[in-house]
Design a protein around this ligand. Structure first.
Ligand code: HEM
Length: 403
């Protein structure tokens, strides 16, 4: 896909999402699709959409028939140069190097610092009786954490946040002019950020630390090949793939907890349940509900013939509610175990940052329940959902704080 195809893809996603009705409650529409047309071709958007758990796993696990290369590799689109947009054998090679930065051991070493950052943000947010959980907490948290993990000096953090926001920004509507404007801003932001990362990488070469960039530079020096040209887009990818998704996981989790009276208190009294609650939030409100694939070779899925070159939207958010797999699939059950959700994908592109996202969210919830005796929706509460994009979450989320 070239850049204009990236725009087309954006338009297709907006069109399909618009069909789902409410942006924060697409679940009745998912259910209808699972029942009536689980493998569905949209003539206007020119994409397949797949809704059943079994088909979703089949597609993500089949790299012979489905490709992740939906963007043509261009200099302007740094995501196009990353593992996200690669197939084996290159994907396997690069992934084996970059996965060194995200091992459980590396994450464990970061845990105390992540907790410290979380507490600082909560102390700041807790000065009033109310906070915006997104603006004051779940949005800044992953950006500050990833900038430390990458070893970005503190003086650049504000600029870094700005770039990070541009990278995950979405067009305000799906008119071609707006999509064009959005693309141009994004490309400019990506170029600036790439320049910034080049400088950081150069600095690190002379003084290695414990951060992700240093780990990856060392991996390169141990004979495994990861050039600076590959390292820069990878740093961009971490921002795109990791920040907004984690923001949304935290706010979706808190929303689901508050929607179900008694759960906040249960977690406050029994914090050891928090890891299960995080898994259930991932299942129940998947922050990245759609992933994309291109058909590599003709194949039949669910009785439909998918043709080489066609685009497929794979609905993780629907698979996670599939009643064939999850009992009482529309209930938020923090005791659910086992919980084989696909919120982090499946197969060779399974989310590399899953250990970090889980750790951040577990710490976020643990610190929230230990700091506030209660959290509640304000009396006049309206859902402010992210629309018009492939991600699922809240733009703002006011909550009342009980100290
Ligand atoms: C709740 C938070 C997150 C969710 C729901 C999520 C979800 C996903 C999903 C569904 C994929 C698979 C994409 C595909 O199959 O095409 C993926 C891939 C990826 N994620 Fe995450 N992610 C999260 C957090 C993070 C974090 C914190 C990072 C790193 C800082 C990260 C880095 C990546 C990378 C590098 C890939 C590409 C892996 C590959 O292509 O081999 N993610 N993520």
């Amino acid at each position: 896909m070239n850049q204009s195809n990236e725009q087309n893809l954006q338009i297709a996603i907006s069109q399909i999402r618009a069909k789902a009705g409410s942006a924060y409650d697409p679940f009745p529409w998912y259910r209808k699709k699972r029942q009536e047309s689980p493998v569905d071709y949209d003539d206007q958007a020119h994409v397949w959409s797949v809704f059943l758990y079994e088909d979703v796993k089949k597609i993500l696990g089949d790299k012979d028939h489905f490709s992740s290369q939906f963007f043509t590799v261009t200099r302007e689109n740094s995501l196009s140069q990353t593992i996200f947009n690669m197939d084996p054998p290159k994907h396997t090679q690069i992934r084996s190097i970059v996965s060194r930065a995200f091992t459980p051991q590396v994450m464990k070493e970061w845990e105390p610092r992540i907790r410290e950052i979380t507490k600082e943000l909560l102390d700041q947010a807790a000065k009033g009786k109310e906070m915006d959980l997104v603006k004051d907490f779940s949005h800044p948290l992953p950006v500050v954490i990833i900038s430390e993990l990458l070893g970005v000096p503190a003086r650049y953090i504000d600029k870094f946040k700005e770039w990070s926001d541009i990278l995950v920004s979405m067009p305000k509507d799906d008119s071609p002019q707006e999509v064009q404007r959005w693309m141009e801003t994004k490309v400019r932001g990506e170029m600036e950020l790439a320049e910034f990362f080049r400088g950081i990488i150069e600095e690190k070469r002379n003084s290695l630390g414990y951060d992700i960039i240093s780990i990856l530079i060392q991996a390169e020096e141990e004979g495994l090949k990861l050039s600076a040209e590959e390292l820069v887009p990878f740093c961009n990818l971490l921002l795109v793939a990791g920040n907004e998704t984690t923001t949304n996981l935290i706010s979706n989790a808190v929303f689901s907890i508050l929607e179900n009276p008694g759960i906040y208190e249960e977690l406050r009294d029994e914090p050891s349940l928090i890891p299960l609650a995080v898994e259930e939030a991932l299942r129940y409100r998947a922050p990245a509900p759609i992933v994309m694939r291109v058909v590599k070779e003709d194949i039949e899925i669910g009785g439909k013939r998918l043709l080489k070159g066609q685009l497929v939207l794979v609905f993780l958010g629907s698979a996670n509610r599939d009643e064939n797999v999850f009992e009482r699939s529309d209930a938020f059950d923090i005791h659910r175990h086992p919980n084989q959700h696909v919120a982090f994908g499946h197969g060779n592109h399974f989310c590399l940052g899953a250990p970090l996202a889980r750790l951040e969210t577990e710490i976020a919830l643990t610190e929230l329940v230990s700091k506030f005796s209660s959290l509640s929706f304000p009396k006049t509460f309206t859902i402010d959902a992210i629309e018009n994009s492939a991600v699922y979450g809240l733009k703002s989320f006011p909550v009342l704080l009980g100290i």
